[in-house]
Write a protein that binds this ligand. Structure first.
Ligand code: RRO
Length: 317
């Protein structure tokens, strides 16, 4: 069977399926549950300096299995409370990345230092929440600010730093390049795609916040295109996220240039049991397609070895 180990820079995971930030990762027990179910690792909920209740309800609109529109509003218990949750998962050996969000380079570096003390293996900087005033993608759309924050965090801690970037900008690859130039160890792409739902009966937006972020299978092509474009420009590893529900979806991301993938919305729909099924399914798929390992697939669609099928009605030169 194909080797499923996934390497993202200096970090190594038993398989490429990581729990994405924001879904299921609020408590130590839930992070541990994802690992016990078979995940390669997990990213915590995004944690800020102070506790935040999040936005009022409604915070989620569902589009069948195609997607979720959310505006949760970064609910989290704050960096002083959260380490006790991380301890539960870390003591059980879960490979964990700590996700943090802040307003500026100074706040990010302070959070990074506090998060590093918890024993996480690396950090993920959330520079991409699509509906947080003064946070997330509002700063993550500016390459200079992304560079400044990444640099400050890298100066503050010794851990690997992944920068999670937004698709809600003209050129996500430019943001990724700025993060790489500032010392990022990997790029996580993508966060949710900004969207809006309107309730015609009420004549107002469905979500209390108004706009939200779309996730789930509907955004897979957006995520793949971002990973593809970023892989053309940066040399650091990419972690793909957006709409993955099957081993085949994951392989598409790997072939586009991702070294590992994260799963969020599919966990919300299906539960963490999917981490027990996906690695085996990926192994079978890699065997069938002749890939000896996950690492042999990374970026392969940029240099295909199998000729394209002839297009109907056109000569195949
Ligand atoms: O909490 C949220 O509303 C949220 C976050 Br932090 C994020 O990064 N992405 C998203 O779609 N929602």
């Amino acid at each position: 069977m194909a080797v499923l180990t996934s390497r993202v820079g200096t970090l190594s995971f038993r398989n490429p399926f990581l729990l994405a930030s924001g879904v299921w990762g609020e408590s130590g027990e839930s992070l541990l549950g994802a690992w016990r179910a078979g995940a390669g690792g997990a990213v915590t909920k995004s944690i800020g300096a102070e506790p935040r209740p999040g936005y009022p309800n409604p915070t989620i609109e569902e589009y069948g299995r195609w997607g979720l529109l959310n505006a949760m509003g970064l609910p989290n218990p704050g960096i002083r409370q959260y380490p006790r949750e991380i301890a539960i998962a870390r003591e059980a050996g879960v490979p964990l990345l700590g996700s943090i969000f802040g307003q500026d380079a100074r706040e990010f570096s302070e959070l990074a230092v506090a998060m590093a003390r918890t024993g996480v293996l690396g950090l993920e900087l959330n520079l991409s929440c699509p509906h947080a005033e003064g946070l997330g993608s509002e700063i993550g759309q500016d390459p200079a600010l992304v560079g400044e924050i990444t640099h400050a965090v890298k100066q503050a801690v010794k851990l690997p730093v992944w920068v999670k970037i937004t698709p809600n900008t003209a050129d996500p690859a430019e943001i990724a390049l700025a993060a790489e130039a500032a010392g990022a160890d990997a790029i996580t792409a993508i966060n949710t795609v900004r969207g809006l739902a309107i309730d015609p009966e009420l004549g107002r937006p469905v979500l209390a916040h108004g706009t939200g972020g779309l996730s789930g299978p509907a955004i897979k092509p957006v995520g793949l295109a971002c990973v593809w474009k970023i892989a053309e420009k940066v040399r650091i590893p990419i972690v793909g996220v957006g709409g993955i529900v099957s081993a085949r979806d994951a392989l598409e991301y790997l072939l586009a240039g991702a070294s590992a993938v994260q799963i969020g919305t599919a966990v919300a729909f299906e539960g963490i049991g999917l981490f027990g099924r996906l690695p085996g399914e990926l192994g079978l798929l890699l065997d069938r397609l002749g890939y000896p390992s996950v690492s042999d697939t990374v970026g392969r669609a940029h240099r295909p070895t199998v000729p394209a099928p002839p297009s109907p009605g056109r000569p195949n030169h």
